[in-house]
Design a protein around this ligand. Structure first.
Ligand code: SF4
Length: 299
């Protein structure tokens, strides 16, 4: 029987993905966060004629209830992998909140991945349930974040969300993803960022460098034309092509990623990289899904 809104997770056809088997579920089409580096940009614009505004999927709840009857509930559901489940529109539509509550009532395990502090609104329904949250924070600099993730809440608010979730015993990790040369690659800032999120309560870090594809690269050079030449050299001359993407050279990737994982390791929390093909992981899962069952389920 076909699934309508829950899908087997597709890591953008990457041969380097190490995610455990999982589903992905996006309550929204489009993503108002409009991150310049978004790997889903070409996919999103195919369905929205170029608009990135988040819109709830049609007949979402009805189709979700259909899929819940079919899926293997031992596999986690990642909300979401190609649009954020907490865009500003969620304040009005509440479709993520409704979906979460239905999925949990039916015994599903959920990994929430978001760039929004709005997730704390739903603590009342995710508390004491098989849910973990991964919050993406790419920089401590609110001004830079406003340029690269124009529709998302500032990093300072996301760090407060990490703290609030941790205080409420919701397992939470942070994605420092992607690291983009010349924008958020300052090694001291990356170290500080790791320390701040750990002191806020993050228990797992996933990190990754930006991988260039045609659509996101075009967006980046539109906003940062001054780096076009340097990026072209790093990616298209000195870098390597893996699957559909242009990567930085291994040495440069190791340099950026090492500072993050060393700092995480010093503080004794788990860490992993995402689609890097490098042996830089100390964690049962890369994506944070191992945190799901670590939430203390109280009777
Ligand atoms: S939040 Fe995620 S899906 Fe949304 S625009 Fe940013 S990278 Fe893309």
């Amino acid at each position: 029987m076909p699934l309508y809104v829950i899908r087997e997770f597709d890591p953008w056809r990457s041969p380097l993905c190490t995610c455990p088997p999982k589903y992905s579920f996006q309550p929204y089409t489009g993503c108002s966060h409009s991150c310049l580096y978004c790997y889903a940009r070409s996919y999103i614009s195919r369905f929205t004629r170029g608009s990135f505004i988040s819109r709830p999927k049609q007949n979402l709840i009805e189709r979700l209830l259909h899929d819940i009857r079919i899926i293997d509930k031992s596999k986690p559901i990642n909300m979401s992998t190609s649009s954020d489940p907490y865009p500003p529109e969620e304040k009005k539509f509440l479709v993520t909140r409704k979906s979460l509550s239905i999925l949990l009532r039916h015994g599903c395990k959920i990994l929430v991945t978001t760039k929004s502090n709005l997730v704390v609104r739903d603590i009342d329904i995710i508390y004491n349930k098989p849910v973990a949250v991964m919050i993406t924070i790419t920089t401590l600099d609110d001004n830079l974040a406003r340029k690269i993730e124009p529709g998302a809440p500032p990093p300072s608010e996301r760090i407060s969300a990490v703290q609030k979730l941790a205080e409420n015993n919701i397992p939470v990790g942070v994605r420092i993803d992607p690291i983009i040369p010349y924008l958020n690659d300052d090694l001291e800032m990356l170290k500080e960022l790791v320390k701040e999120v750990i002191s806020a309560g993050a228990r797992h870090i996933v990190t990754s460098t930006y991988k260039a594809d045609r659509v996101s690269f075009k967006q980046l050079i539109k906003v940062f034309p001054e780096y076009e030449g340097k990026w072209r050299k790093l990616y298209f001359e000195d870098g390597e092509k893996i699957g559909r993407y242009y990567y930085l050279s291994q040495d440069l990737r190791k340099k950026f990623l090492s500072i993050i994982i060393k700092t995480a390791d010093n503080y004794g929390i788990t860490y992993a990289t995402c689609r890097e093909g490098l042996p830089l992981r100390k964690s049962p899962s890369c994506d944070g899904s191992h945190l799901i069952l670590s939430q203390t389920i109280r009777a």
